[in-house]
Design a protein around this ligand. Structure first.
Ligand code: PAF
Length: 281
Protein backbone atom coordinates (compact mmCIF):
# COMPACT_ATOMS: atom_id res chain seq x y z
CA UNK A 1 0.00 0.00 0.00
CA UNK A 2 1.24 3.49 -0.85
CA UNK A 3 0.96 6.04 1.89
CA UNK A 4 1.38 9.82 1.88
CA UNK A 5 0.37 12.99 3.67
CA UNK A 6 1.23 15.17 0.67
CA UNK A 7 -1.19 16.28 -2.04
CA UNK A 8 1.60 16.48 -4.65
CA UNK A 9 2.74 12.90 -3.95
CA UNK A 10 -0.82 11.58 -4.04
CA UNK A 11 -1.39 13.31 -7.38
CA UNK A 12 1.67 11.55 -8.82
CA UNK A 13 0.46 8.17 -7.59
CA UNK A 14 -2.98 8.76 -9.09
CA UNK A 15 -1.61 10.05 -12.41
CA UNK A 16 0.43 6.85 -12.74
CA UNK A 17 -2.62 4.66 -12.11
CA UNK A 18 -4.81 6.68 -14.50
CA UNK A 19 -2.00 6.33 -17.07
CA UNK A 20 -2.37 2.56 -16.69
CA UNK A 21 -6.08 2.91 -17.44
CA UNK A 22 -7.25 2.24 -13.86
CA UNK A 23 -10.41 3.79 -12.46
CA UNK A 24 -9.95 5.58 -9.14
CA UNK A 25 -12.27 5.02 -6.17
CA UNK A 26 -12.20 7.36 -3.17
CA UNK A 27 -13.26 6.34 0.34
CA UNK A 28 -13.21 9.55 2.39
CA UNK A 29 -13.06 9.06 6.17
CA UNK A 30 -12.10 10.82 9.39
CA UNK A 31 -10.29 7.70 10.61
CA UNK A 32 -10.70 5.62 13.77
CA UNK A 33 -11.96 3.01 11.38
CA UNK A 34 -14.54 0.34 12.17
CA UNK A 35 -16.40 -2.35 10.26
CA UNK A 36 -18.61 0.31 8.65
CA UNK A 37 -15.55 1.79 6.93
CA UNK A 38 -14.36 -1.68 6.00
CA UNK A 39 -17.65 -2.28 4.21
CA UNK A 40 -17.05 0.93 2.18
CA UNK A 41 -13.66 -0.53 1.18
CA UNK A 42 -15.29 -3.89 0.36
CA UNK A 43 -17.78 -2.21 -1.98
CA UNK A 44 -15.02 -0.15 -3.57
CA UNK A 45 -12.92 -3.29 -4.13
CA UNK A 46 -15.74 -4.94 -6.05
CA UNK A 47 -15.39 -2.27 -8.76
CA UNK A 48 -11.78 -3.26 -9.47
CA UNK A 49 -10.74 0.39 -9.15
CA UNK A 50 -7.54 1.68 -7.53
CA UNK A 51 -8.71 2.54 -4.02
CA UNK A 52 -7.62 5.73 -2.27
CA UNK A 53 -8.74 6.01 1.36
CA UNK A 54 -8.37 9.41 2.99
CA UNK A 55 -8.14 10.03 6.71
CA UNK A 56 -8.62 13.63 7.72
CA UNK A 57 -10.43 14.97 10.77
CA UNK A 58 -11.78 18.05 9.08
CA UNK A 59 -11.87 21.05 11.47
CA UNK A 60 -14.18 22.92 9.08
CA UNK A 61 -17.11 20.63 9.85
CA UNK A 62 -16.94 20.93 13.66
CA UNK A 63 -18.64 23.77 15.54
CA UNK A 64 -16.75 25.66 18.29
CA UNK A 65 -18.31 23.57 21.07
CA UNK A 66 -18.15 20.25 19.28
CA UNK A 67 -15.78 17.32 19.69
CA UNK A 68 -13.02 18.18 17.17
CA UNK A 69 -10.18 17.98 19.68
CA UNK A 70 -11.42 14.81 21.35
CA UNK A 71 -12.48 13.07 18.13
CA UNK A 72 -10.77 9.63 18.36
CA UNK A 73 -7.59 9.26 16.29
CA UNK A 74 -5.20 6.33 15.79
CA UNK A 75 -3.41 6.63 12.46
CA UNK A 76 -1.10 3.64 12.85
CA UNK A 77 -3.93 1.26 13.75
CA UNK A 78 -5.98 2.64 10.84
CA UNK A 79 -3.03 2.22 8.45
CA UNK A 80 -2.71 -1.46 9.44
CA UNK A 81 -6.45 -2.03 8.99
CA UNK A 82 -6.66 -0.44 5.55
CA UNK A 83 -3.56 -2.24 4.31
CA UNK A 84 -5.09 -5.58 5.39
CA UNK A 85 -8.39 -4.58 3.78
CA UNK A 86 -6.71 -4.08 0.40
CA UNK A 87 -6.62 -0.28 0.04
CA UNK A 88 -4.08 0.80 -2.60
CA UNK A 89 -3.20 4.26 -1.30
CA UNK A 90 -3.70 5.91 2.08
CA UNK A 91 -3.85 9.71 2.10
CA UNK A 92 -3.57 11.29 5.56
CA UNK A 93 -2.90 15.00 5.13
CA UNK A 94 -2.19 17.37 8.00
CA UNK A 95 -4.48 20.34 8.60
CA UNK A 96 -1.75 22.62 7.19
CA UNK A 97 -1.60 20.53 4.01
CA UNK A 98 -5.37 20.81 3.47
CA UNK A 99 -5.77 24.37 4.71
CA UNK A 100 -2.44 26.21 4.25
CA UNK A 101 -4.29 29.53 4.50
CA UNK A 102 -7.51 30.52 6.23
CA UNK A 103 -10.33 29.43 3.94
CA UNK A 104 -12.39 32.07 2.16
CA UNK A 105 -13.92 29.77 -0.45
CA UNK A 106 -16.68 27.34 0.52
CA UNK A 107 -19.17 24.98 -1.07
CA UNK A 108 -22.69 25.34 0.27
CA UNK A 109 -25.55 23.03 -0.62
CA UNK A 110 -28.59 25.16 0.21
CA UNK A 111 -31.86 23.89 1.73
CA UNK A 112 -30.60 20.39 2.43
CA UNK A 113 -27.91 21.74 4.77
CA UNK A 114 -30.11 23.65 7.21
CA UNK A 115 -32.51 20.93 8.40
CA UNK A 116 -32.06 17.81 10.61
CA UNK A 117 -28.35 17.69 11.59
CA UNK A 118 -27.81 21.07 9.93
CA UNK A 119 -30.33 22.80 12.21
CA UNK A 120 -28.30 22.12 15.35
CA UNK A 121 -24.88 22.13 13.69
CA UNK A 122 -24.70 25.38 11.70
CA UNK A 123 -21.85 25.32 9.18
CA UNK A 124 -21.37 21.55 9.54
CA UNK A 125 -22.48 20.60 6.04
CA UNK A 126 -20.69 23.57 4.49
CA UNK A 127 -17.53 22.13 6.07
CA UNK A 128 -18.35 18.64 4.78
CA UNK A 129 -19.20 19.80 1.23
CA UNK A 130 -16.08 21.97 1.09
CA UNK A 131 -13.65 19.26 2.22
CA UNK A 132 -15.28 16.59 0.03
CA UNK A 133 -15.08 18.97 -2.91
CA UNK A 134 -11.38 19.55 -2.15
CA UNK A 135 -10.81 15.78 -1.92
CA UNK A 136 -12.62 15.29 -5.25
CA UNK A 137 -10.32 17.88 -6.86
CA UNK A 138 -7.20 16.36 -5.31
CA UNK A 139 -8.03 12.70 -6.04
CA UNK A 140 -10.22 13.14 -9.16
CA UNK A 141 -11.98 9.85 -8.45
CA UNK A 142 -14.36 8.10 -10.83
CA UNK A 143 -16.27 6.71 -7.86
CA UNK A 144 -16.69 7.83 -4.25
CA UNK A 145 -18.18 5.76 -1.41
CA UNK A 146 -20.31 7.17 1.41
CA UNK A 147 -22.06 5.34 4.25
CA UNK A 148 -25.81 5.73 4.57
CA UNK A 149 -25.59 6.19 8.32
CA UNK A 150 -24.88 9.83 7.41
CA UNK A 151 -27.92 9.84 5.14
CA UNK A 152 -28.23 13.63 4.94
CA UNK A 153 -24.52 13.92 4.15
CA UNK A 154 -24.91 11.34 1.36
CA UNK A 155 -27.82 13.31 -0.19
CA UNK A 156 -25.90 16.59 0.12
CA UNK A 157 -22.83 15.16 -1.64
CA UNK A 158 -25.03 13.67 -4.34
CA UNK A 159 -26.72 17.05 -4.86
CA UNK A 160 -23.37 18.90 -4.92
CA UNK A 161 -22.08 16.48 -7.59
CA UNK A 162 -25.22 16.92 -9.66
CA UNK A 163 -25.46 20.73 -9.31
CA UNK A 164 -21.76 21.26 -10.10
CA UNK A 165 -21.50 18.54 -12.79
CA UNK A 166 -18.62 16.90 -10.96
CA UNK A 167 -17.44 13.83 -12.92
CA UNK A 168 -17.74 11.35 -10.05
CA UNK A 169 -20.29 8.64 -9.25
CA UNK A 170 -21.47 8.75 -5.64
CA UNK A 171 -21.99 5.21 -4.32
CA UNK A 172 -24.06 4.73 -1.15
CA UNK A 173 -23.21 1.88 1.23
CA UNK A 174 -25.70 0.41 3.74
CA UNK A 175 -25.38 1.00 7.48
CA UNK A 176 -23.36 -1.63 9.35
CA UNK A 177 -24.73 -2.50 12.79
CA UNK A 178 -23.58 -4.30 15.93
CA UNK A 179 -25.36 -7.58 16.63
CA UNK A 180 -27.86 -5.81 18.89
CA UNK A 181 -28.64 -3.19 16.22
CA UNK A 182 -26.51 -0.20 17.26
CA UNK A 183 -25.18 1.54 14.13
CA UNK A 184 -21.37 1.51 14.04
CA UNK A 185 -19.79 4.90 14.67
CA UNK A 186 -16.33 6.09 15.68
CA UNK A 187 -18.08 7.99 18.49
CA UNK A 188 -19.49 4.79 20.08
CA UNK A 189 -16.19 4.47 22.04
CA UNK A 190 -17.28 7.45 24.16
CA UNK A 191 -20.41 5.69 25.48
CA UNK A 192 -20.35 4.43 29.05
CA UNK A 193 -21.46 0.77 29.40
CA UNK A 194 -24.88 1.98 30.56
CA UNK A 195 -25.26 4.43 27.67
CA UNK A 196 -24.09 1.73 25.25
CA UNK A 197 -26.91 -0.55 26.47
CA UNK A 198 -29.48 2.23 26.28
CA UNK A 199 -28.40 3.35 22.80
CA UNK A 200 -29.88 0.15 21.36
CA UNK A 201 -33.27 1.84 21.65
CA UNK A 202 -32.44 3.90 18.54
CA UNK A 203 -32.41 0.97 16.13
CA UNK A 204 -35.11 -0.89 18.08
CA UNK A 205 -37.56 1.99 17.83
CA UNK A 206 -36.72 2.53 14.13
CA UNK A 207 -37.48 -1.15 13.46
CA UNK A 208 -40.75 -0.93 15.35
CA UNK A 209 -41.75 2.25 13.45
CA UNK A 210 -40.90 0.55 10.16
CA UNK A 211 -43.25 -2.34 11.01
CA UNK A 212 -46.01 0.17 11.78
CA UNK A 213 -45.51 2.01 8.50
CA UNK A 214 -45.47 -1.26 6.56
CA UNK A 215 -48.74 -2.22 8.27
CA UNK A 216 -50.20 1.01 6.82
CA UNK A 217 -52.26 3.91 8.10
CA UNK A 218 -49.69 5.85 10.12
CA UNK A 219 -48.98 9.54 9.51
CA UNK A 220 -45.49 10.98 9.88
CA UNK A 221 -46.57 12.84 13.03
CA UNK A 222 -47.74 9.61 14.66
CA UNK A 223 -44.51 7.83 13.73
CA UNK A 224 -42.37 10.69 15.05
CA UNK A 225 -44.40 10.70 18.28
CA UNK A 226 -43.94 6.97 18.71
CA UNK A 227 -40.18 7.21 18.16
CA UNK A 228 -39.85 10.10 20.64
CA UNK A 229 -41.92 8.32 23.28
CA UNK A 230 -40.00 5.04 22.95
CA UNK A 231 -36.60 6.75 23.15
CA UNK A 232 -37.44 8.93 26.15
CA UNK A 233 -39.23 6.13 28.00
CA UNK A 234 -36.45 3.58 27.60
CA UNK A 235 -33.30 5.68 27.84
CA UNK A 236 -31.81 8.82 29.32
CA UNK A 237 -31.00 9.97 25.78
CA UNK A 238 -31.82 13.61 24.99
CA UNK A 239 -33.43 13.97 21.58
CA UNK A 240 -31.91 16.47 19.14
CA UNK A 241 -34.40 15.61 16.44
CA UNK A 242 -36.66 12.81 15.27
CA UNK A 243 -38.06 13.35 11.81
CA UNK A 244 -39.73 11.41 9.05
CA UNK A 245 -38.89 12.99 5.68
CA UNK A 246 -39.04 12.29 1.98
CA UNK A 247 -36.19 9.86 1.28
CA UNK A 248 -35.10 11.61 -1.92
CA UNK A 249 -35.00 15.29 -0.99
CA UNK A 250 -35.71 15.39 2.77
CA UNK A 251 -38.81 17.53 2.21
CA UNK A 252 -41.58 17.36 4.81
CA UNK A 253 -44.28 14.74 4.29
CA UNK A 254 -47.61 14.27 6.00
CA UNK A 255 -48.84 10.90 4.76
CA UNK A 256 -46.45 8.13 3.97
CA UNK A 257 -47.15 7.27 0.36
CA UNK A 258 -43.59 7.51 -1.02
CA UNK A 259 -40.30 6.19 0.36
CA UNK A 260 -39.40 8.05 3.55
CA UNK A 261 -36.36 8.22 5.76
CA UNK A 262 -36.85 8.15 9.52
CA UNK A 263 -33.86 10.09 10.83
CA UNK A 264 -32.83 10.84 14.40
CA UNK A 265 -30.08 12.32 16.51
CA UNK A 266 -29.92 11.65 20.25
CA UNK A 267 -27.38 12.70 22.87
CA UNK A 268 -26.18 10.19 25.44
CA UNK A 269 -24.24 12.35 27.87
CA UNK A 270 -21.84 14.32 25.68
CA UNK A 271 -21.99 11.77 22.83
CA UNK A 272 -24.35 12.55 19.99
CA UNK A 273 -25.48 9.54 17.97
CA UNK A 274 -27.37 9.52 14.68
CA UNK A 275 -29.28 6.72 13.01
CA UNK A 276 -31.84 6.34 10.27
CA UNK A 277 -33.92 3.91 8.30
CA UNK A 278 -35.34 4.24 4.82
CA UNK A 279 -38.80 2.74 4.45
CA UNK A 280 -40.14 1.82 1.04
CA UNK A 281 -43.92 1.80 0.91
O1 PAF B 1 -18.40 11.03 6.99
C1 PAF B 1 -17.27 11.44 7.30
O2 PAF B 1 -16.47 10.73 7.89
C2 PAF B 1 -16.88 12.87 6.95
O3 PAF B 1 -17.96 13.74 7.06
C3 PAF B 1 -16.22 13.01 5.57
C4 PAF B 1 -17.16 12.60 4.45
C5 PAF B 1 -14.98 12.13 5.52
C6 PAF B 1 -15.80 14.46 5.33
O4 PAF B 1 -14.92 14.91 6.29
Amino acid sequence: MKRTSLISELREIIAQEKGRGRQIALVPTMGYLHRGHLSLIEQAKQTGAFIVLSIFVNPLQFGPNEDYSRYPRDLERDARLVEEAGVDALFHPTTEEMYPRPMVTYVEVGQLDSMLCGANRPGHFRGVATVVSKLFHIVQPDLAFFGQKDYQQYLIIQRMVSDLNLPVKVCPVSIVREEDGLALSSRNVFLTPEQRMEAVILSKSLNEAERLIQAGGQSTREIEKLLRERITRESQGVIDYVEVRDAEDLSEVTDIIRPVVMALAVRFGSTRLIDNKVVEV
